[in-house]
Design a protein. Structure first.
Length: 141
């Protein structure tokens, strides 16, 4: 049984590029072993992530994230059973927010900034779909 889970969280401390790169490296090493794929956005101290895979591995990973002291205000935005993955090509893809056209964010929210707390899970998923379609996601594994 495949599932897709989307959550948002706030970084407990300032997140520099080295720390984010270490998180991505660990995700890309671990996720294939448990069959998890997905995409991560990070901007302004906010994480927005989609995880896909088997129900148990995705749930276990989400629970680790929710209990990780580097995150707070962890909010489950969407959880669904799926017939196929949208993000199968990424052990963990990363949205390059610094290269993103602000108009794309304005299409889905009031301001040109990532704020999944201010929009629905459905809107956040539409944003992810458009990011993938526009090749704004990098680091395929």
């Amino acid at each position: 049984m495949l599932v897709r889970l989307m959550y948002a969280s706030r970084a407990a401390a300032s997140m520099d590029t080295e720390t984010l790169a270490a998180i991505m490296k660990k995700s890309r090493a671990h996720n294939p072993q448990v069959g998890v794929t997905g995409v991560l956005c990070h901007s302004g101290g906010i994480f927005l992530q989609v995880l896909e895979g088997g129900r148990l591995p995705v749930s276990q990973l989400y629970n680790r994230i929710a209990n990780d002291p580097r995150h707070h205000d962890v909010a489950l935005l969407r959880y669904e059973e799926i017939g196929e993955r949208r993000f199968a090509g990424w052990a963990m893809g990363q949205v390059m927010m610094n290269m993103l056209n602000p108009a794309l964010l304005l299409k889905y929210s009031e301001r040109a900034e990532l704020d999944p707390y201010a929009v629905s899970g459905e809107v956040s998923m539409a944003l992810f779909d458009e990011l993938v379609a526009s090749a704004s996601v990098m680091c395929q594994s």
